[in-house]
Design a protein around this ligand. Structure first.
Ligand code: SF4
Length: 404
């Protein structure tokens, strides 16, 4: 049985389509400080391994925008910057190269600021989510409608949309979240009647599991079964990996997403890459074919950051110094010649599928593999230095943008 989905327009968030006939996507949000580049990337990789398709990071200060300049080129999934009160942070985030923005109409209210952000987003073709939140509704609308009402939330979104239209910007998705399930369900229903813009579903501040999971599921699943919703996020007071898992599981349980085989994640490649990541990932996909091995396998371009970034994957391989470093759950387990990377991945995946990750780790000398990885890591750092992605040049531009 399938649900008939409401017809929406499609937009692209990086390489991920949202709306139209694209699969419904799972989103989550990092809870690290965005300025903490390594910590944030580690969380992003853990989220991607848990089934997250798009991730949001806060961009609340210049240091966060600077962090994004370093995170974006190394993230395996598109990054959306969450903007709070300062419209200049939206401009800085776009300078950093983010794939999308989220603006709260209740927080940035001056029309000239909204138009400035939308015009820049139009020029750069960066989509924006209009993220209305019941708790931070524009006070004028609160007054007009006599409280947080579905009508007030929809009007807030439509008003923001008009500012966007004034500068010819239409790469938009909308959310009208509230912590009350009946309120958000009604607001989304009204919005779905009013527009064909893709919708991002969520129950805001749902709280800790299990109550938060139930609340979020009640709201999101109700709407999905009515055919409403193009992308979803569980907002839990928990490790965001739980949000991503819950989102993924909900979609799988409703028959809206499927996973039976290898879930191959690969870094997008960046200035540090030691191999052609796209080619190796493609060959690995071909080698696994449609075999029923439901493991997460990571192909990473460099041993400097790869094993750490993809530490949540069951198995992965990272390149360095013409060798492939295999790792299981972030632990180095073996070194193989570059030409045997794909073959070894398949072999290890078969072993893990049959015996589990602990048995795989137990069968090798991990200390030796780690020593080899450390050697190649040191050599790569020597060759390419610490800023292989030229992020520092972008940071100089961000500072100029914010100070202008
Ligand atoms: S090449 Fe290395 S640093 Fe660059 S995205 Fe891949 S794993 Fe991360």
């Amino acid at each position: 049985m399938t649900f008939e989905r409401r017809k929406t327009r499609q937009i692209m968030v990086g390489k991920v389509p949202v709306g139209g006939d694209a699969p419904i996507t799972v989103q989550s949000m990092t809870i690290t400080k965005t300025a903490d580049v390594e910590g944030t990337l580690q969380q992003i990789y853990a989220l991607a391994a848990a089934g997250c398709d798009i991730v949001r990071c806060t961009c609340n200060e210049t240091e966060a925008a600077e962090g994004l300049a370093q995170i974006v080129p190394r993230s395996p999934i598109p990054i959306i910057a969450d903007i709070h009160h300062q419209y200049k942070m939206a401009l800085a985030a776009m300078e950093a190269g983010v794939h999308g923005l989220r603006l709260n109409p209740g927080n940035i209210r001056r029309p000239e600021h909204i138009r400035a952000v939308a015009a820049e987003a139009r020029d750069r073709q960066v989509p924006i989510r209009i993220g209305v939140n019941g708790g931070s509704l524009d006070p004028a609308l609160y007054e007009k409608w006599g409280g947080i009402k579905p009508e007030a939330m929809v009007e807030s979104a439509m008003q923001e949309l008009r500012y966007f239209e004034e500068v010819d910007f239409d790469l938009v998705k909308i959310s009208v979240k509230a912590s009350s399930v009946p309120l958000m369900v009604e607001a989304y229903r009204q919005l779905a009647d009013a527009t064909d813009i893709p919708l991002h579903l969520g129950v805001t501040e749902a709280g800790p599991p299990p109550a938060g999971l139930l609340k979020a599921t009640a709201g999101i699943a109700t709407l999905l079964m009515e055919g409403i919703g193009d992308t979803i996020r569980y907002s839990l007071t928990a490790d965001p990996v739980e949000e991503a898992r819950a989102g993924r599981q909900l979609l799988e349980s409703l028959g809206l997403r499927e996973r039976k085989n290898i879930d191959l994640i690969a870094c997008p490649s960046c200035g540090r890459a030691e191999i052609d990541v796209i080619d190796v990932a493609k060959r690995a996909m071909e080698a696994f074919g449609d075999r029923e091995i439901p493991l997460q396998v990571a192909v990473m371009g460099c041993v400097v950051n790869g094993p750490g970034e993809a530490r949540e994957a069951d198995l992965g391989i990272a390149a360095g110094n013409k060798r492939g470093h295999l790792f299981v759950k972030g632990r180095n387990v073996a070194v193989v010649p570059e030409s045997e990377m794909v073959e070894s991945l398949v072999e290890w995946a078969e072993f893990i599928h049959e015996h589990g990750t602990e048995a795989a780790i137990a069968r090798v000398d991990t200390a030796k593999a780690e020593r080899e990885a450390a050697k190649d890591r040191a050599q790569l750092l020597d060759e390419k230095g610490a800023d292989a992605n030229h992020s520092n040049e972008k940071i100089v531009e961000i500072r100029k943008t914010v100070q202008a």
